[in-house]
Design a protein around this ligand. Structure first.
Ligand code: GRF
Length: 207
């Protein structure tokens, strides 16, 4: 993707706590990933991710979905902003809204999502609870490109987390998040180095 000298310009979309946003922001600083988070897009004015963004001096774009006639309307406004800002990569990190083609089309291959399960198992809401209730022995985290479906896009990277007999949703979610906080920055680093290529459903990662 970005093989120029310009840092990869990222917009993070989040609806909640934003721990993945924070992990990415810290990794960019610490590991010197050639990238910068330009914007946090958030659909919930009370989300903690906004506080984190303010503390890190990162711009925010907050919108209230109910104020728009449709998803397509607010997404078009967001797309206009992202294009004006020259955003290279969208990172969905706990963004709890269905997205439409208005967003997917201009950013296909340049938009990734992190999901708390080993896709294609347990897509959609509550991937952690789904794996636990199913009685799976292994679950994990997946980073994938975003297509029009729910967690169906081409997979870039996955990491396994073992499910313990005494796990609750909270303990399992905690261990998955620890993995996510390493996996997501790792993928962004690979993308920023131009190592990730997409061909059909196959994602190739150069060593
Ligand atoms: C993460 O577990 C991610 O996999 C899922 O939503 C959660 C967001 O957590 N998509 P946070 O807001 O980054 O703390």
């Amino acid at each position: 993707m970005s093989q120029s000298n310009e840092p990869l310009k990222i917009a993070v979309f989040a609806s909640g706590s934003g721990s993945n946003f924070q992990a990415l922001a810290e990794a960019i600083k610490r590991e010197d990933i050639h990238a910068s988070i330009e914007l946090v897009v958030c659909d919930k004015p009370s989300a903690y991710v906004l506080e984190r963004a303010n503390q890190l001096n990162i711009a925010t774009y907050v919108f209230k979905p109910k104020e728009y006639a449709s998803r397509e309307h607010y997404e078009q406004e967001i797309v206009n902003k992202l294009l004006a800002d020259g955003i290279d990569l969208i990172v969905l990190a706990g963004y709890m809204r269905i997205i439409t083609n208005v967003l997917v089309e201009p950013f296909y291959g340049r938009m990734i999502n992190i999901h708390p399960a080993l896709l294609p198992s347990f897509p959609g809401l509550d991937g952690v609870g789904q794996a636990l209730d199913y009685g799976a022995k292994l679950t994990g985290a997946t980073v994938h490109f975003v297509d029009g479906g729910t967690d169906t896009g081409p997979i870039i990277a996955q990491q396994v987390v073992e499910i313990r007999e005494d796990d609750t949703k909270e303990t399992l979610a905690h261990r998955i998040q620890q993995v996510e906080h390493i996996l997501l920055p790792k993928v962004v680093r690979m993308i920023s180095e131009g190592k990730v290529t997409l061909s059909g459903r196959k994602v190739r990662v150069a060593q």
